[in-house]
Design a protein around this ligand. Structure first.
Ligand SMILES: NC(=O)c1ccc[n+]([C@@H]2O[C@H](COP(=O)([O-])OP(=O)(O)OC[C@H]3O[C@@H](n4cnc5c(N)ncnc54)[C@H](OP(=O)(O)O)[C@@H]3O)[C@@H](O)[C@H]2O)c1
Length: 374
């Protein structure tokens, strides 16, 4: 396993980490024992970076991580996230107010059964809270020794610049896989310049690029892929591409999952990828992708196949707007699903906006690009 320094910190993380979202059951039911065994196997394979969140399974996943790490805490670099909360209507919303962050971090420590969190990540930007307030709360947690380093998640350029104006962070967690390559458009180099590591999430695109996924109809009713907008189309549209990539993987003595993961960690600026895993064998297989990065020639070969079989999935997801509010950093909308997003002028309550399901940006009517970001 290759180990890399995460941003400007002294954390040496495995190039392949472990994402724990599947432990919440959203990829089909998973019993707690299977989750704990998977996590321990990951550690045995050199995966020392574990990513979780206070809202995976309503906190239950943090408890599982804590149980699995009992007696082995010092072997792991634990990253969790806070900054979301349930609103008055019981919907998950972004909430990075100081009191929410401090309470959430304390609760995460308790559930994880640990005295310190190695990386505490703001799950997504909160346009309703002054950035300085969130930064102040996190700095206090660091001073108290409860958090070692501050990280961000889903922060795109505008939000990053707002953050950097008042604070710092060592890492940013963003989607990165064969189809979702938005970070290559300048964000990677920007983060590198600022000493910020990139943690690539959904590196297998929900397991699609692991090569073993059956048709969407075969998925369990609880599996979120069944209801993910356009997932069936995505499966069909990527069929030829996946076959080509699988053939290349075979030729190179890799599995499709290893090809996808090694590709992700080979991009300069990407520190590590955090594939989710449901079974110990998956963690073991994924760990082997982290033995080395691809050479430039190998990367070029994969990128040539990706360019030949370009797939452009639909990413706009219509979201009704409940309210539009003037926030500390500009106007934002409260979407019907509870999330708050910055919106361009002209958007009003009662409108429906198109949200990009990858970046969380809202498309501006009549314009090509996306503005804002979650
Ligand atoms: N910051 C954020 O907003 C955010 C958002 C999403 C995710 N994340 C983090 O990123 C992590 C990764 O994302 P993800 O878990 O959603 O997606 P992913 O890593 O792209 O896919 C995970 C799924 O792929 C399948 N899989 C994994 N390894 C495999 C292997 N070797 N062979 C075959 N199938 C394999 C498993 O499902 P099946 O076996 O059922 O196919 C697994 O549940 C999460 O766990 C979470 O920690 C963060």
């Amino acid at each position: 396993m290759e180990y890399r320094t995460l941003g400007s910190s002294d954390l040496r993380v495995a190039a392949i980490g472990l994402g724990t979202l599947p432990f919440a059951g959203g990829y089909g039911p998973l019993d707690d024992q299977a989750a704990r065994v998977t996590l321990r196997r990951a550690l045995d394979c050199g995966i020392n970076f574990i990513d979780t969140s206070d809202n995976y399974g309503g906190g239950e996943v943090e408890k599982l991580v804590g149980q699995a790490l009992a007696g082995r805490r010092s072997e792991a670099i634990v990253a969790t996230k806070g900054g979301t909360a349930l609103d008055a209507q019981g919907r998950v919303t972004n909430d990075a107010r100081a009191e929410t962050i401090v309470r959430a971090a304390e609760e995460s420590l308790r559930r994880l059964g640990t005295d310190w969190i190695d990386l505490y990540q703001v799950h997504l930007p909160d346009p309703a809270t002054p950035v300085a307030e969130t930064v102040g709360a996190l700095e206090r947690l660091v001073k108290q020794g409860k958090v070692r380093y501050v990280g961000l998640s889903n922060f795109w350029e505008d939000d990053l610049r707002r953050w950097w104006a008042v604070g710092s962070a060592i890492a940013n967690q963003l989607p990165y896989n064969f189809l979702h390559r938005d970070i290559e458009g300048g964000l990677l180099s920007l983060c590198r310049e600022q000493g910020m590591g990139i943690i690539a999430y959904q590196p297998l695109l929900f397991g699609l690029f692991a090569g073993k996924l059956g048709p969407p109809e075969s998925l369990h009713d609880q599996d979120h892929r069944k209801s993910y907008p356009g997932f069936g189309d995505l499966v069909r549209a990527t069929e030829v591409l996946r076959a080509r990539l699988a053939a290349l993987a075979r030729e190179w003595g890799l599995t499709p999952a290893q090809l996808a993961l090694r590709w992700a960690i080979s991009r300069p600026g990407v520190t590590c990828a955090i594939p989710g895993a449901k079974r110990p064998e998956q963690a073991e297989e994924n760990a082997r992708a982290g033995e080395r990065a691809f050479t430039r020639e190998e990367l070029r070969e994969i990128d040539r196949i990706l360019a030949e079989h370009r797939v452009s999935p639909v990413r706009a997801f219509p979201c009704p707007v409940d309210a539009v509010v003037e926030g500390p950093h500009g106007r934002y909308a409260v979407l019907r699903r509870g999330i708050k997003v910055r919106v361009p002028h002209g958007v009003e309550a009662g409108d429906t906006v198109d949200m990009d399901i990858v970046t969380g940006g809202i498309s501006e009517e009549g314009a090509d690009g996306l503005v804002g970001g979650r």
